[in-house]
Design a protein around this ligand. Structure first.
Ligand code: FES
Length: 164
């Protein structure tokens, strides 16, 4: 098992320059997930393209109201997903999405699962309407910040809100 400080260093590096942050305006699918245990939220957008007869993920992006680990995993995941079919993406689990950070400590496994859940939600949305851009529905979809304010929830000092 890697030393904890290695993991923390990798998380710090990932969140110092998060990749693919923010809403993907012309996405084909959007998925959301929340953790009942910690209250963190994740939203993931996917855009597909045709590549040599395969429908593959061209771009992925995310918004998060969550912990540093969830943000780091989402950042890595949005890069990892590029070029994969929906079927290939569906086969990925939280640990796969977080592989760039090394094994997640037990207390952080659910952070990877949060990203996985948002991905699965997006893939479900994309598979029900593959030719219909999610952008048509996305503008009316609340942002994570909207969702939190509607729920009347307060933020804690531990949480990080990443919105472009
Ligand atoms: Fe809950 Fe990381 S997603 S603490």
């Amino acid at each position: 098992m890697q030393p904890v400080h290695d993991f923390e260093q990798r998380v710090r590096e990932a969140i110092a320059n998060p990749r693919n942050l923010g809403e993907l305006k012309d996405a084909d699918a959007v998925g959301s997930a929340g953790s009942a245990g910690c209250g963190d939220l994740m939203r993931l957008w996917l855009k597909f393209k045709e590549d040599r007869g395969r429908r593959v993920i061209d771009q992925a992006s995310f918004q998060s109201f969550g912990c540093e680990t969830a943000i780091a995993v989402a950042s890595l995941a949005t890069e990892l997903l590029k070029g994969r079919t929906a079927e290939e993406a569906r086969a990925l689990q939280g640990g796969d999405l977080a592989a760039g950070l090394g094994p997640l400590p037990p207390m952080k496994i659910h952070c990877g699962e949060l990203v996985e859940a948002a991905l699965r939600d997006a893939l479900e949305a994309g598979s029900t309407a593959p030719a219909e851009p999610a952008a048509a529905a996305a503008p009316s979809a609340p942002t994570l910040s909207d969702s939190l304010h509607q729920a009347g929830r307060a933020t804690s000092g531990r949480k990080i809100v990443l919105l472009p």
